[in-house]
Structure formats: C-alpha cells, structure tokens
Design a protein around this ligand. Structure first.
Ligand SMILES: Cc1cc2nc3c(=O)[nH]c(=O)nc-3n(C[C@H](O)[C@H](O)[C@H](O)COP(=O)(O)OP(=O)(O)OC[C@H]3O[C@@H](n4cnc5c(N)ncnc54)[C@H](O)[C@@H]3O)c2cc1C
Length: 419
C-alpha cells in the first residue's frame, strides 16, 4: 500500500469482496467468469463489459486491494491490452455482446494484424486488400510480426478497401476469424529463443461486413486508437500475469498463477514491469551500489522512472477527462524503452562475468537475461523510437511534417511508389 492514498470506500469494498471470494482451488476459468460478472476484472471498464465504470484512480485502488488480498487477477494479453480498449471505443452493442465476454473471461485469444513486410513504420502504406463480395469482404495479403497469432481465435486487421484514395483514407479495420483455412499462420523464432510472433498469410480469407469496426474507410482512426493504447504504460489491460498463450481454464486458479509466474519470458517481464524487481535483487546480491558511478546511474534510472510516473499521471488525467490517450503518450513509450535499456545495462554490469552467461542457472534463474535479450524490442514494438519522436515533434510540438509527407498524404495510394 506504500505511496498510494486510499479512498477507503473503494479499497475496502474491493478488499472485502476479494477476501470473501478468492479461492485458489477454484478453476481459473470460473474465477475469471466471476470477476467478469461482478465487474472486478477491469474496474475502469464500463459496467456489463467486465468493469464497474470506476475512474482510473479508483480502479488502481481496487487493484491494490486485490494484490493485498493475494487474489489472482483477470486474464491479460493482447485481447485486453489492445483489442478491448479499441472495441470499447468503436464497437456497436452487438459487436460488444459478441466479443467482450470471450475477452474478459479469457476464453478467446486475439492477435494484432497491422504490420506488413513493406509497411511497419509507414503503416498507412499497407497493401493487404479487402474487396467487398455481397455481405462479406475477401482479404488477401501478408502480415508479419504478429504476436500470439499462433494461438489466436480472432485478429484485429487493417486492410485497404479503396486503393484510389490517399493512403490514410482508404483503410478499414476488421475483426477476423483466425481459424478459417484461408488464414495461414507461420511462427517465427526470435533471438530470445521464444516463438512470440508470426507471419500470417491471408489468401482470400472472409470477414462478414458486420465485423467491420468503426465503418468503411475509418481504419486509420481506429488503428491509431489501438496504437495509442499500445504505447500507454498505464493501460489497465496490461500488467502482471501477461499471458497471451491462452490458458487451460480447468486448471485451478492457484496452479495457473504458479505456472504463469514460473514461466515468465522476456516479453512477459517487459509487459509486467517485473524486471524492476529483478534488478533490485541483482543489485542486492552483487552489492551493486558499491561502485560510485553505478550508484549515480541507479539514481538517474530512478529519476527517469519518476518522470515517467509523472507523465503517466498527466496521461491518466486526459483519459479521465473523457478522451483516449493522445499523441503525448509517445513520450511515455520512448521513456519506457530508455528505462528498459538502462535497467538491462545496470543489471548485466552489476553481475560482472555472470552477465555474459545464458541459461536457467544464471542469476534470477535466467529471467533477467531473457528480459535483456528482449529489450531491443521495446524500441520497436508499437512503433519505433524514431517514429514516436516524429509523432512528438509533429503532433505534440507542432513542428513541420517530414519532407514530402504532406504531398504523399494527398495522392491516391495506388499512385505512390511501393516499398
Ligand atoms: C516484439 C514485437 C512484437 C510485435 N508485435 C506486433 C503485432 O502483434 N502485430 C503487428 O502488426 N506488428 C507487431 N510488431 C511490429 C512492429 O509494429 C514493427 O516492427 C514496427 O512498427 C517497425 O516496423 P518495421 O519492423 O517494418 O521497421 P521499419 O519501418 O522498416 O523501420 C526500420 C528502421 O527505420 C526507421 N524509420 C522508419 N521510418 C522512419 C522515419 N519516417 N523517420 C525516422 N526513422 C524511420 C525505424 O525507426 C527503424 O529503426 C511487433 C514488433 C516487435 C519487435
């Protein structure tokens, strides 16, 4: 509870509820369903959609109460981190009725199908095509770096519906069934040794027109909402327990919690903030503060984290005022990547020669090393540092656009040179 001023009513109500209902022997699927029904899954989300419509501040207190009661949290992954906030902003009530229960109960896993071999930073240049066929759309193209696609039942997909409009305008946003034969998911192995992401080939895959999100031609606006949540470290759908591999819902909640904690990879540590705790353990074990220069760098890291928390509080105020995270959230994304690099460097250096090893018998059971291997991804996933700096320059500070960009935004996509 240190450092948080509690509003007694929400904290007490949540603590009492968790104390009464948490049972590690209950199947995890049942536990998640109970959290969803009672609105304790994601308390800041709307009532009836897994939440209680609480302010972000009150939701944080409910979360603290859960932790203090020792109860396991709701299912977390791309579904809750990226998909749910996008659905809650743009989906019709029919779409919410269809898709939200599977997300908050942890029965449906989702993936994000945005990036392509020729369209990462220049996402608006994407070339996956969607062609209308009666009540359906036929989708053809290739996506890449799609985290968790190998386990996903559904995907959020950006595809071009009108190539003759300027690149940002001819894109639509679809909710696609990943289990159809026309969707071919091929896993990619990363330098961490894990298979976190995939390439996805769509060969005349079909999506019902009812599964268009936000309306035809609105894909860029909808996709930017997804990315603003991806860049927001205060996203309530992210955090500890990050587990996009799906779960055996019949396993007891206690067993599930132990398995997730014991099997956390670099991605999971990055998403949960667990690396901070590991760094503290390493600095204690290896007497990290004995060196005055390292002490100085520990202070710089602490200060950077403090700045990040302060900026996060400002971004939360914007959300509370009724908006989505704005372009300012790119600042948090860039700071987050810098914090992860400094955390990595300090930990490895403090370990000395053991920092050069790899495997389960290294300090922290190999978890910190797995995190270190993943840190370069923090400057790439969700938009690279350079792209986020461009956003800060153009959309926060009001600096001029990149040379040629304004002209590119006017011309039809079909006339633009292809990457
Ligand atoms: C761990 C991880 C998970 C991911 N998960 C997903 C996912 O689930 N779904 C998904 O769709 N994508 C995912 N991605 C992809 C990610 O969004 C892209 O990698 C990212 O947007 C960068 O695109 P790119 O890799 O094509 O690099 P490029 O766009 O080719 O960029 C290469 C380099 O050029 C620089 N650059 C490009 N344009 C500019 C510019 N205008 N100004 C300055 N510098 C520039 C970039 O900063 C970068 O350093 C994931 C990536 C990672 C690392």
């Amino acid at each position: 509870m240190a450092g948080i001023t509690m509003s007694t009513s929400i904290y007490d109500e949540a603590f009492e509820w968790y104390s009464k209902n948490w049972d590690p022997d209950r199947p995890v699927g049942e536990w998640w369903a109970l959290l969803a029904e009672t609105g304790w899954s994601f308390p800041s989300w709307p009532e009836g959609r897994g939440g209680r419509g609480l302010s972000p501040r009150d939701a944080k207190q409910a979360e603290q109460a859960r932790l203090d009661a020792g109860a396991y949290g709701p299912p977390k992954g791309l579904s809750t981190f990226l998909v749910a906030p996008t659905l809650l902003t743009y989906a019709t009530s029919e779409q919410l009725d269809r898709f939200m229960p599977g997300i908050v109960r942890g029965t449906d896993t989702w993936c994000q199908l945005f990036s392509e071999p020729g369209a990462g930073s220049d996402l608006a240049g994407l070339s996956t095509r969607a062609v209308r066929d009666g009540d359906e759309w036929i989708i053809t193209g290739q996506k890449v770096w799609n985290s968790g696609a190998q386990n996903a039942a559904f995907g959020i997909l950006m595809a071009r519906t009108d190539p003759d409009l300027p690149k940002h305008k001819g894109i639509s946003f679809f909710l696609i069934d990943m289990t159809q034969d026309a969707v071919d998911v091929r896993p990619l192995r990363e330098m961490t040794g894990d298979i976190a992401f995939n390439e996805v080939f769509l060969s005349e895959a079909r999506v019902a027109n009812d599964d268009l999100l936000g309306g035809q031609g609105e894909g860029w606006r909808v996709g930017m909402t997804t990315l603003s949540h991806e860049r927001d470290p205060d996203n309530s759908g992210s955090g500890s327990g990050f587990d996009f591999a799906g779960a055996d819902l019949t396993r007891t909640a206690g067993e599930h919690a132990a398995a997730v904690d014991g099997d956390v990879d670099g991605f999971g540590l990055a998403m949960s903030g667990g690396a901070n705790r590991l760094l503290d353990d390493i600095l204690d074990e290896f007497d990290g503060s004995a060196d005055p220069i390292r002490r100085q760098r520990m202070m710089q890291l602490a200060e950077l984290r403090r700045t990040s928390r302060w900026s996060t509080a400002r971004s939360m105020a914007a959300v509370k005022a009724g908006g989505q995270p704005g372009p300012e959230v790119s600042t948090l994304k860039v700071i987050g990547a810098e914090v992860s690099r400094r955390t990595r460097d300090l930990g490895l250096e403090a370990m000395g020669p053991e920092g050069m090893l790899w495997g389960d018998d290294t300090p922290t059971g190999g978890q910190f090393h797995a995190y270190c291997m993943f840190t370069p991804a923090m400057s790439i996933a969700g938009g690279s540092d350079e792209v986020n700096r461009n956003i800060i320059g153009e959309r926060v500070l009001g600096l001029p656009r990149e040379p040629g960009e304004s002209e590119q935004r006017q011309r039809p996509w079909s006339e633009l040179p292809r990457n």
